[in-house]
Design a binder for this molecule. Structure first.
Ligand SMILES: *Cc1c(COP(=O)(O)O)cnc(C)c1O
Length: 240
């Protein structure tokens, strides 16, 4: 077996164990394999092991992979910082966007989505780390923005996403994930039909699952360390 298949099985086992540990159905947690900087052939290996949903951070990279792997029925999730000049590419080739953090980006995606296709599935990225992070909607702006985004045509607001500041402290991370869960609960109390919490990565997926994650986004633990970890980290923090 190739290392990717072994690693993918190990990650699925971690998800199952974390779900069972708190009495959740493991089937309620979806694994998004984050394939940024990986080759299309790595994506194919994961596909052959049953993986269907893949996450990408860069518009041009997801466009290329989606085109070269068209026909496999893969689901592409855009999870990186999104500039206005890239929304068209993302609206055309992705099924989901997790990183919507301002109205202008949501409006462009909505306008640029082909009306003949399924609506674009949207998560709003929330800045749960305060000063320690620059990307994401500040928590106190989530509700007003979500009301507007939920009404845009050709898209469907599914939930919230966060990337806490890098930390080894799982109790701090847990507080960040809890904040995201509470915001989603407030939105549901307002009548929005949200079913998604996109949170948890290679080093903290158990903690995120304990706070209700429904999508965990896992790269390193499946595909190995990325070569250009530095650029990737910059992208994650929205500093590029
Ligand atoms: C890279 C990335 C991930 C995956 O991180 P790993 O630590 O490699 O699992 C998840 N979410 C986002 C937004 C990312 O940019």
């Amino acid at each position: 077996m190739t290392p990717i298949i072994v690693a993918l099985r190990a990650v699925r086992a971690r998800i199952d164990a974390a779900a069972r540990a708190i009495g959740r159905d493991p089937a309620s947690i979806h694994l998004l394999a984050v394939s940024k900087t990986c080759s299309a052939s790595d994506v194919c290996v994961a596909f052959e092991a049953g993986q269907r949903a893949f996450g990408e951070n860069y518009a041009n990279e997801v466009a290329e992979k989606a085109a070269s792997l068209a026909g496999l029925g893969l689901e592409w999730h855009f999870i990186g910082p999104l500039q206005s000049n890239k929304t068209r590419i993302v609206a055309e080739c992705c099924d989901w966007v997790h990183s919507v953090d301002r109205l202008k980006i949501a409006e462009r995606l909505s306008m640029q989505r082909d009306a003949d296709r399924l609506p674009l599935q949207i998560c709003m990225q929330v800045n749960v780390s305060g000063e320690a992070s620059k990307s994401g909607v500040p928590p106190d702006e989530v509700i007003p923005l979500a009301r507007v985004v939920a009404d845009l045509p050709r898209m469907c607001l599914r939930g919230l996403m966060c990337i806490p500041e890098p930390s080894e402290d799982q109790s701090l991370l847990r507080r960040r994930f809890a904040l995201l869960r509470q915001l989603a609960e407030q939105l549901r109390a307002e009548g929005l039909m949200l079913d998604t919490l996109s949170m948890g990565m290679s080093h903290d997926l158990e903690t995120a699952i304990a706070e209700g994650a429904t999508i965990v986004r896992v790269g390193t633990a499946i595909f190995g360390e990325r070569e250009n970890a530095e650029t990737t980290r910059t992208g994650e923090l929205g500093l590029q």
